[in-house]
Write a protein that binds this ligand. Structure first.
Ligand code: SAH
Ligand code: SF4
Ligand code: F3S
Length: 481
């Protein structure tokens, strides 16, 4: 029997609303858990499955924080869980297909435990067609909420649990920036710190500006306070998060405080390692490059998505730069920060991409000397402009292009590891290697995976490792004093 939808709260997303940008000033509000919500989770457990980018990982830590404040504890298995939240990603079709499969699989638990609350959250929940499909064919999903209203989880759970009604509340556009949110972090020495939300770039292939709303920066005071607290808790590394961190502060033009300034201020807090992701080439300025050079705690690693090497394709993607201007920015970065490791994202098979366009991409990869890249075949996202572009390239050709691109990219990975042979690098030890319990694994300052023999008591510390072997995907080394 299917449950009734609670109509008091019913809000489904609307992509034409999500596309809109207003000049509205974004207010800051403080999260507070109401007394009535404090004991709801007593004797109950939760699980959160996270898909997609670091933004989602950070959101899942907030969801966990809220649930734990309500008294829930983390379950040890799906069977024992009273709430399962799927925090989803909508970036490509295959990301979504995985979720559909998972939702189908979870139906069995729901049959065994009708009180289980199954929730769909994250970027897929922001899509009109997804919500329609879930309401119609995935009736075992009890709760749908989006990326803009995570702070309202307590109310939703209360309704889903006690009124036993389906709750659907997805806002098409962003609301206030909510501060004072509790977080249950997944790591003890590495942490995500949001510095901004949303994206205003509207690359024509991308769903993110629709699922995450308008670009809005957190105040520097809040960001700095969060990092300070992490330092006090003994954290060694922070990764500053935003879809386009290089635009930090640009929505608050009046004070001229931008990403480079933020890096310098965070550097003063004595956290060992500062990383950030992701950057848009057209907002990357000299001030940021100089801050990376001058700040000893900002790591010499830069992920700078290029997407394509063809000027025609870049224009159709609405990327606001050319192959030449990208290479200029990149060269300037490498000049200002010598030895910096640069990686990228590339899409092949964008509608109208010809063999010549693709060869331009290969040429750019060669010239840029990337030390790694995430490579993707273009995926149509309903509601984005590119979904309507004529796409005549056969799938097989796209796959071939991806294969040819990856060969070049992999050669770059190997050049990027080989340059550290016989050098001593600093490694933040993450844990034991996935493949061998006696081996420790961690990342160097240049973000290279390093494996070496050592005692597990070193986990969470920064140690010196002399590199003895360089492979495409990792380095091997020996612990030194
Ligand atoms: N804001 C970040 C990351 C966005 S998503 C940035 O701009 O770099 C990560 C990557 O997914 C993008 O850089 C892009 O390469 C890829 N991507 C986004 N939409 C896609 C689509 N529709 N098809 C294929 N790849 C896509
Ligand atoms: Fe998507 Fe472009 Fe924004 Fe990145 S910058 S999230 S690719 S629209
Ligand atoms: Fe995916 Fe949303 Fe991140 S679409 S990549 S989870 S912003």
């Amino acid at each position: 029997m299917s449950k009734k939808i609670n109509m008091d709260k019913y809000f489904a997303p609307d992509l034409s609303q999500a596309r809109k940008r207003t000049k509205k000033i974004i207010e800051e509000v403080q999260f507070n858990l109401r007394d009535a919500h404090q004991k709801i989770g007593f004797n109950k457990t939760y699980l959160i499955h996270t898909y997609g980018c670091q933004g989602n990982e950070a959101d899942s830590e907030t969801m966990a924080g809220i649930l734990e404040l309500m008294g829930f504890i983390k379950a040890i298995s799906e069977e024992e869980s009273d709430i399962i939240i799927m925090n989803t990603c909508a970036i490509r079709e295959n990301a979504e297909n995985r979720i559909w499969g998972e939702l189908g699989r979870l139906k069995a638990y729901k049959r065994r435990n009708p009180d289980l609350i199954l929730a769909l959250a994250g970027c897929m929940a922001q899509e009109e067609n997804v919500v329609k499909k879930v309401l119609k064919t995935y009736q075992h999903v009890d709760l749908i909420f989006g990326t803009h209203n995570i702070h309202k989880i307590p109310e939703y759970i209360e309704t889903a649990m006690f009124a036993k009604e389906r709750v659907v509340e997805v806002y098409s556009t962003e609301g206030e920036i909510v501060e004072n949110l509790p977080k249950t972090r997944n790591h003890k020495f590495k942490a995500w710190v949001n510095i901004m939300f949303g994206c205003d770039e509207f690359c024509t292939y991308c769903i993110v500006p629709y699922t995450r709303g308008k670009e809005r920066s957190r105040s520097k005071e809040e960001v700095i306070a969060e990092v300070k607290e992490l330092v006090e808790l003994g954290y060694k590394e922070v990764t500053l998060l935003g879809q386009n961190v290089n635009a930090y502060g640009k929505d608050k033009i009046e004070d001229g405080y931008t990403f480079g300034d933020l890096l310098r201020d965070i550097n003063k807090l004595q956290i060992d390692r500062i990383r950030f992701t992701t950057s848009h080439p057209h907002d990357l300025d000299k001030k940021t490059m100089e801050a990376i050079r001058d700040c000893e705690h900002v790591m010499p690693f830069f992920h700078l998505p290029v997407q394509s090497g063809s000027n025609k394709v870049l224009k159709k993607m609405n990327r606001h730069y050319t192959k030449e201007s990208y290479l200029n920015v990149l060269n300037q970065l490498k000049e200002i920060v010598p030895g910096i490791s640069v990686t990228t994202d590339i899409i092949v098979g964008f509608p109208s991409e010809t063999e010549e366009d693709f060869l331009e991409t290969l040429d750019l990869v060669e010239k840029a000397d990337f030390e790694g890249a995430f490579t993707f075949v273009f995926s149509k996202r309903e509601g984005t402009p590119a979904a309507k572009y004529e796409d005549l390239t056969p799938e097989e050709d796209k796959k071939q292009r991806l294969y040819r691109l990856n060969e070049k990219v992999n050669a770059g990975y190997l050049r990027g590891t080989t340059r550290f042979l016989n050098q001593t690098v600093k490694v933040l030890v993450d844990g034991v290697s996935k493949h061998n319990d006696e081996v420790l694994a961690g990342y160097s300052e240049h973000q290279k995976l390093v494996n070496f023999k050592g005692d597990p008591s070193l986990i969470g510390q920064i140690v010196n490792v002399k590199i003895t072997v360089a492979k495409t995907w990792f380095l091997l080394g020996e612990l030194v004093d």
